[in-house]
Design a protein around this ligand. Structure first.
Ligand code: SF4
Ligand code: SF4
Length: 240
């Protein structure tokens, strides 16, 4: 009989012990967790109370050095292709072509003063393939490719994960490509004349002689600038 009542007593104590924990937690739950950044001093000092925050109306701020969605400030992109070559999963696709000399002004410069020479027809990043390693951002010479703190960009359609940063419309790209083709066609005779001239110089051994004379003069200027005037009359190449 005593063990019977002893069991009831233990059961009641266990239930009351459990309820005590629940009631204590319920009382503490009046203090709710704040959406503080991990950089905040009190971030790890909020162990009690409600831990759920009202996402998405509330969100824990990401630190400024977070590596989430990529962004390309295409106005600063010189289409050098270095980011695409650094990407280990090939999720960056770049298509570019040369601008004609009269378009260089329209193409402009980047914010750091670098001259742009290529039209950026296509610059696509497939964020569905990206593994957020950040390798593409390091070699970027103009620092236009960055990883932003934006982490919530879910989509229903995978194709929406391909971000397009190209600066030319299809029609404009076609127009500029046609212009470049025409320019290159017009330039062909001039290039051929230059090549013929270089070939003639090479054939008659003038080019090596000219290079040798230039090298001799450069050496004299570098090592004996004060003797240059004195030795000019004795130089075997000078009067040729
Ligand atoms: S973060 Fe890494 S995987 Fe993503 S595009 Fe850049 S290099 Fe490629
Ligand atoms: S490395 Fe930078 S400048 Fe070069 S293509 Fe990529 S984003 Fe553009």
């Amino acid at each position: 009989m005593s063990s019977y009542f002893g069991t009831i007593k233990r059961g009641a104590e266990t239930v009351l012990g459990g309820l005590k924990i629940t009631i204590e937690h319920f009382a503490r739950a009046t203090k709710r967790r704040m959406p503080l950044s991990v950089q905040d001093d009190t971030y790890f000092k909020q162990p009690l109370g409600l831990v759920t925050i009202q996402y998405p109306s509330e969100a824990i701020p990401t630190p400024p050095f977070s590596r989430y969605r990529l962004h390309n400030d295409a106005a600063d992109c010189i289409a050098c292709d270095q980011c695409a070559r650094a990407c280990p999963v090939q999720c960056i696709t770049i298509k570019s072509f040369k601008a004609t000399p009269d378009d260089l002004e329209e193409l402009g410069t980047t914010s750091d003063g670098s001259k742009k020479k290529l039209w950026l027809e296509q610059f696509d990043i497939d964020m569905a393939k990206c593994m957020y390693c950040g390798y593409c951002t390091y070699p970027c010479p103009t620092e236009c490719l960055t990883m932003t703190p934006v982490y919530d960009f879910s989509e229903f359609d995978r194709s929406n994960f391909i971000y397009h940063f190209g600066v030319l419309t299809k029609a404009k790209a076609e127009e500029k490509r046609a212009k470049l083709a025409k320019y290159e066609e017009e330039e062909k005779p001039r290039k051929r004349r230059h090549l013929n001239l270089l070939w003639a110089l090479h054939e008659h051994h003038w080019l090596p002689k000219l290079l040798l004379q230039g090298q001799n003069l450069l050496q004299q200027l570098t090592h004996h600038p004060h003797q240059l005037m004195m030795h000019q009359s004795q130089c075997p190449n000078f009067h040729r």
